[in-house]
Unconditional design. Sequence first.
Length: 190
Amino acid sequence: MKARPEPGGILDALTGFRRIRPAVLGALLVSAAPLARAQATPAAGLEKAGYVEGSVGPLLLRARRLAIEKLGSARCRQLFTEFEDAAGRRLEVVLQHRRETGAHHLLLLSFRDGSSTAACRTPIFAFTDLGSQEVFLCPPFMETVRRDAATAANILIHEMLHSLGAGEAPAPGLPTSLEITARVALLCGR
């Protein structure tokens, strides 16, 4: 028998109600987000989760829920000690300065349908600007969520690293996009 998660955490809201039908659990997830954020950080003025554009909402919620679950692992959170922003600060320091956890930061990000953007005409899953709270999701991401939610969750974690300031190649000395995603998969699971 699987042990019940510790009460009061983000995952308690996600997994503590196993007898509830999936549609109801999804509604609980959305309504529990403010409570989960309040538990995750003492920062004031953070009452709302980030905007999710309607067209990407249902599939995104599935991947985001799994990404938050992955970020509950100490091994996955090791990413924040390995990656740095442009100023050379480890992302764990960036999160501490913001008074956020990785899971909380992911909840604050806004997600938009990027299918009409020029960037999504290239073979990418998602993109954001360094330090931005807005992530654009491309059609391959939506297809990936349908086929493999765990990989889609890793893509969200990858984009979250960029939103915290982690860069990537072709900037000198930085990992490629594929290397970042491989590191996320190694530490956070496939």
